[in-house]
Write a protein that binds this ligand. Sequence first.
Ligand SMILES: [Zn+2]
Length: 145
Amino acid sequence: MRHKFVENIPEKLEKEIVYISITYSTVAHLCACGCKNEVFTPLSPTDWKLTFDGESVSLYPSIGNWSFACKSHYWIKNNVVEWSKSWTKKQIDAGRFQDRVDKVEYYSSKSKESKIELKEVEEKYESTPSETSFWSKLKKLFNNA
Ligand SMILES: [Zn+2]
């Protein structure tokens, strides 16, 4: 990345340039993944902080583009993009875990449903002995036929 001190953030951002407007306390750049989404990071005590060491800039905290499809998460440290690999893996794992939970819940509810059906059916015939014998007679008839 390269940094560029500007008065106003230009309408069209160029990739790999970190635009810094001290006047408007804003930093803007195109998402480091290359998806061309514009990332605006306001500078304030509760937002981002910019460090300029005379040669390069760093932004703190990290940039998490959760609202973009790419879900990029990285730091800009001394004009270098540092990807958050561990976070990404964690996210993936969390996603997988949630996926597994959903599947387990889905299938257990399915099997519960079928168990209830089966139980209801069994109870129906168990609670009516005459019917059971009727059914067993019918079964016998059917088997003999
Ligand atoms: Zn992106």
